[in-house]
Design a protein around this ligand. Structure first.
Ligand code: DGJ
Length: 748
């Protein structure tokens, strides 16, 4: 068989006309290659995804057509060949035929230079494969975008209906990727309110592993769409081959890993089709969300570093700008907002070195003032009883206290007790003919973002605030309800199943309008905590609230899991009060500071209730964080020792790209007498350079033995440093907690 080779490297050959002979087509990132096999009127085949291939190996790759690898289809469609296994696409044609066949017509490779979702310039190689049904006028374009400077390939598809009438899409994944069997393990994340991002690791076996979320609004609260596959046995942090995958979508998603009797596991990912079958109008094109893939030979942390680098550069808003240290008012005062209290909190955070104050829930409502969670969502006017000088007064106080000012909103929601609902009961999500099902506070409902009027309203909430008060520097955008009662009062009865998809299209449109007009404002995505930790929304948001659970111990587990895909700069992590408001655990302030300092540091506490000693400790932690902020927020992560190991220790570190500096975190999770904890070997340093050790947030009466000493990177990575399991403090200050934060600086 005439086996011609086409690589992105030879992309000037881009205009390809296919023949019946198979062509291997390769695209690559700096360190990864993806190879597919295409021939005219054949099904597109997967050949290879992994380390970047040499020209020789590329040439010698197996020929799937000769081996008749019918199971390696790149985008299997239901019918013809594929009826018994999972498929990427299933549709009912206008005449009722449920079978589809997708055969390659053409492909194209070109260099692209465009704007990434977060507005940054990006460069990549785009492979487009055109597939057509030989009988019906159905066309699918399959896209693979390989980034030039980061190891990430995004894949998505366009489905076009050129039939005379509507067709019905019943399954429409973005992508399918075969993963060679072996001892393959999946790392994925599940959770619930106050326990998000919990890591699960399991060996892939026969059958189907499904990870999905159908919340409708807060699609990262429970199961998350991001999955890592460790290809050589149970995943290790800093060695082994790993494929990392994420669905870049804010709505209902579904990831299915189907394992049949072949040599492969099949990864499918995209929109969750449950109750979302899509009527594709004549002439309409349906574009699926992007799915991102990376491959790393440096273990789970290596795949994380690839995701973080790509995330900061191309997916997260303002991924290159350091984040402010803030105080959020929620756990400090809850709904008890008033002008004097806000002024006091601003003065307090300023005195501890903080840079931003955020007023949370409870500031709005005129006819129905927001005293608790039973009313007022939708009525975004200042409650003048609580805040007689309005937002002007708060901005004035912020200026006086020399901090920036931010404000909380929950724009996608209403309460049935609100002026908005009285005026527009038809704007909420609810099934036709039925009473609405009410959420938080017994009265919360979700606005129907499929309705363009609702989109305008949601946009106007942000627009009004930022136009009237351009000094607002930060918005906390919350969303505290799922879709509980499926149905739209706006969509036609025939299109009720479009609700979940149209909701997120509407949300995206609103976000795009906001970013087009307000490029600079910092926006946090919050959804009952970490319900919006998703790359589907981060192009519009600067960060997300990891969880409403601010307990430092549980945060170690949640932040560990969340860090698999999301960089520290995006992970809002706050020092809160004791006993903790969610777990009622009492953890010393030093430990709480050390945990919060491994993410985007902030505070969630009433400073008025803190002692001077506690304030001094926080002042020191904030000052110390400022000296390592660039390492935490822009550095490379190396997870060292997992809290999930169950041996009472967790440790991780961040290293700058030039390996000049690093911050090392060490947390003891439980205390026993005669306890034996392993010494942690560091990672990511330059073995040949010398690093000086300096402990941050020190509370001990005497410095660590290693304080101020200099070690080679090789020693630190082969041995690590011995750390005492207890703090050396006066007897009455002793407790069962211990943690360390260590700053390493290369001496050149
Ligand atoms: C849920 C959020 O996760 C909290 O941080 C807080 O903003 C409350 N909503 C306010 O109602």
């Amino acid at each position: 068989m005439n086996h011609e080779l086409k690589s992105a490297f030879f992309s000037f050959l881009a205009a390809m006309s296919l023949t019946a002979a198979a062509e291997k087509v390769e695209i690559h990132t700096p360190a990864n290659s993806l190879v597919v096999d295409l021939w005219k009127d054949g099904e597109p085949k997967f050949v290879y995804y992994g380390s970047r291939l040499s020209a020789q190996d590329l040439k010698s790759l197996p020929d799937p057509t000769r081996e008749n690898w019918s199971h390696l289809d790149l985008y299997p469609a239901y019918g013809a060949n594929h009826t018994q296994s999972e498929v990427a696409l299933a549709m009912t044609h206008a005449d009722g035929n449920m079978s589809t066949s997708l055969l390659v017509q053409d492909f194209d490779i070109k260099e692209v230079s465009d704007k990434a979702p977060n507005g940054n310039d990006r460069k990549g190689t785009l492979l487009t494969i055109t597939l057509k049904d030989p009988v019906y006028p159905t066309t699918v374009h399959l896209y693979y975008l390989a980034y030039k400077d980061v190891d990430m390939i995004e894949c998505w598809s366009d489905i076009n209906n050129a039939e005379k009438k509507d067709v019905l899409l019943t399954q429409f994944y973005s992508t399918c990727m075969p993963i060679r069997r072996g001892n393959v393990w999946a790392s994925h994340f599940h959770g619930s309110w106050a326990a998000e991002g919990q890591l699960t690791e399991e060996k892939l076996n026969n059958g189907m592993l499904v990870v999905k979320n159908k919340d409708g609004v807060r699609n990262a609260t429970s199961d998350r769409s991001e999955v890592m596959f460790s290809l050589d046995g149970k995943g290790q942090q800093n060695c082994g081959d790993v494929i990392g995958t994420a669905v870049l979508y804010s709505g209902n998603y579904r990831v299915a890993i189907d394992t049949d009797d072949s040599e492969y596991h099949y990864y499918f990912a995209g929109i969750n089709p449950d109750n979302s079958s899509y009527r594709l109008r004549k002439g309409e094109t349906f574009t699926t969300p992007h799915v991102a893939y990376t491959f790393s030979r440096e273990g789970l942390s290596g795949a994380s570093r690839n995701f973080h680098r790509w995330g900061r550069n191309y997916q997260l808003r303002h991924g290159d700008k350091p984040r402010d240290i803030l105080l959020n008012s929620w756990e400090g005062v809850y709904f008890d907002i008033n002008q004097k209290g806000m002024d006091q909190m601003m003065a307090d955070i300023a005195s501890m070195g903080g840079e931003l104050f955020v007023m949370d829930d409870g500031w709005f409502g005129d006819k129905y003032p927001r005293k608790n969670d039973t009313s007022s969502l939708g009525d975004w006017t200042v409650d003048r009883t609580k805040l007689p000088d309005g937002i002007e007064g708060l901005l004035r106080d912020a200026k006086k206290n020399k901090v920036k000012f931010g404000i909380w909103i929950e724009p996608e929601m209403a309460n049935t007790k609100s002026e908005l609902y009285e005026k527009h009961p038809d704007w909420i999500i609810k099934a036709p003919q039925r009473e609405p099902i009410l959420g938080r506070g017994g009265s919360q409902v979700v606005l129907d973002l499929s309705n363009p009027k609702v989109q305008d309203f949601v946009f106007s909430i942000v627009d009004d605030l930022l136009t009237k008060y351009p000094d607002i520097a930060y918005l906390k955008w919350d969303a505290n309800a799922p879709v509980m009662n499926h149905g739209s009062q706006y969509l036609t009865m025939a299109n009720q199943s479009h609700l979940y998809i149209e909701y997120h299209r509407g949300l995206q449109k609103v976000c795009e309008r906001i970013r087009a007009k307000y490029a600079d404002v910092v926006i946090q995505a919050c959804a009952s905590g970490g319900g919006r930790a998703t790359y589907g929304l981060l192009p519009y948001f600067d960060e997300f609230w990891v969880s409403d659970d601010t307990d430092a111990l549980q945060r170690i587990y949640m932040q560990w899991g969340t860090s698999y895909f999301f960089p520290a700069i995006a992970m809002a992590s706050h020092i809160s009060a004791t006993p903790n408001h969610q777990t009622f655990r009492t953890i010393p302030l030093k430990f709480r500071c050390d945990v919060a300092m491994s993410g985007r540091l902030g505070m969630e506490i009433q400073p008025k209730n803190m002692t001077n000693e506690e304030k001094a400790l926080c002042r020191k932690a904030i000052a110390d964080y400022k000296s390592v902020r660039h390492i935490v927020q822009f550095g490379d992560i190396y997870r060292l020792h997992s809290p999930y190991e169950g041996d009472n220790l967790a440790s991780l570190m961040y290293v700058t790209e030039n390996k000049q500096e690093a911050v090392f975190y060490w947390y003891k999770l439980e205390t026993f007498c005669n306890q034996h904890l392993p010494r942690i070997k560091m990672a990511g340093l330059d073995p040949d350079r010398l690093y000086t050790v300096h402990e941050l947030n020190r509370i001990d009466n005497r410095p660590l033995d290693c304080e101020g000493k200099t070690f080679t990177g090789a020693y630190l990575m082969q041995n690590g440093i011995d750390l005492p399991f207890k703090h050396n403090v006066d007897y009455h200050k002793q407790n069962d907690w211990a943690s360390r934060v260590i700053w390493l600086k290369a001496v050149d």
